[in-house]
Design a protein around this ligand. Structure first.
Ligand code: KG4
Ligand code: ZN
Length: 351
């Protein structure tokens, strides 16, 4: 089955074409094209995503990306013959989501194929199944490894969620953040340090030059016997640290602040995921969402998984941030399990 997928939930416009086989138990995804137009330079002066600007940019970028997709396919002598179209219906910014839904509806009419709504968070969840190249090698090498039961950590700009997964389609929520998402904390602390948006990659770069032991920031909720998170207090302690240093006219080593903050986030995410994996007797730990691009977090969680005898799965670097390939995967799974998300924007859609 060929799936054409559209993603416009936030500040990346994405269009992808996937060839999929294998069904619900052993899905295999071949990514034929995965095009992303990032709006980061447009939103950067505002320090975050401006919904109406995002909408305007998606409307402009969607037809351009679609033409690029057709051109790329022609160059490789592929025909664009989708069997299914998938589009993100939530969660995300509703004005942005509507642009993708409208565009996908037009395409479904033009190609006379069904249209399925996809859940952006399920896209992140399945993104570890996407191959790093247009080859089936990765997916087939991956599947013989034991995956389920799995503990999945979704860490993005809007979400921090721990799930226990029984299969690719059955899971239950163990915990989530009670306030800011992990990515949001990275973005807010970056702003305190005068770093540009999005803050995650900037903090990671700066932290690499700092000493993570120099400043000890709190590890919120680390000792609580639940699987919830809280990051807003951590952000406030960074704010107070910077304010106190300014009042005392002390020079601040920003790299040490970044490293201390990053270490605190990583410690909490890893400790809670480890306990969940042990208590669920998990075969594997899955890490996904934009913050999964953080190398420090990837390394720490991979090491922990090894220590407790779990397999560790994380998407290839090109599928951590928002993209349409993962939406193709989520659309395929939703289609097979007959999960019908209404074809309208749902900003607070959950997993
Ligand atoms: O999944 P994503 O692209 O969008 C949402 O669905 O929210 O995640 C974006 C978030 C942003 O908050 C960004 O700062 C964070 O992921 N992020 C990172 C890194 N790269 C992106 N956080 C920490 N380290 C990174 N390298
Ligand atoms: Zn996302």
């Amino acid at each position: 089955m060929n799936i054409l997928a559209i993603e416009t939930s936030c500040d990346e416009t994405g269009i992808a074409l996937l060839r999929v086989t294998g069904g619900l138990r052993a899905p295999r995804f071949e990514v034929i094209e995965n095009l992303v137009a990032s709006q980061i330079p447009i939103h950067r002066p505002f320090g975050g995503v401006v919904p109406n600007l995002a909408k305007r940019e998606h409307l402009k970028n969607l037809p351009i990306l679609f033409e690029r997709l057709k051109k790329a396919l022609r160059a490789e002598h592929h025909a664009l013959k989708p069997d299914l179209i998938a589009v993100t219906v939530g969660p995300g910014l509703e004005p942005a989501l509507w642009t993708g839904i409208g565009f996908a509806k037009e395409l479904a009419k033009e190609y006379k194929v069904p249209l399925v709504g996809a859940n952006h968070l399920e896209g992140h969840l399945y993104s570890f199944l996407l191959p790093s190249r247009s080859s089936k090698a990765y997916a087939s090498a991956l599947l013989p490894k034991k995956i389920f039961p799995a503990v999945a950590l979704i860490v993005s700009g809007g979400h921090t969620i721990l799930l226990r997964m029984e299969s690719f389609v059955k899971w239950r929520r163990l915990g989530e953040t009670r306030d800011d998402a992990a990515g949001e904390a990275f973005d807010k602390v970056a702003r305190l340090l005068d770093l540009p948006y999005p803050g995650g990659p900037e903090i990671e770069k700066l932290a690499a030059r700092g000493n993570s032991f120099a400043i000890t920031f709190p590890r919120p909720m680390l000792d609580q016997k639940n699987y919830d998170f809280s990051f807003s207090g951590l952000k406030t302690s960074v704010l107070y640290y910077l304010r106190d240093a300014k009042l005392a006219k002390q020079k601040v080593n920003k790299a040490d602040v970044a490293a201390g903050f990053e270490q605190a986030v990583v410690d909490v995410l890893v400790a809670k995921t480890r306990r969940a994996a042990q208590e669920c007797a998990a075969e594997s730990i899955l890490l996904c969402g934009g913050v999964a691009a953080n190398k420090h977090l990837r390394r720490a969680l991979a090491r922990t998984a090894g220590l407790i005898g779990c397999n560790f799965f994380v998407p290839d670097f090109k599928y951590n941030l928002d993209n349409a390939a993962m939406i193709g995967a989520a659309g395929y799974m939703a289609h097979l399990r007959k999960k019908r998300y209404p074809l309208r924007a749902n900003g607070t859609l959950d997993v």
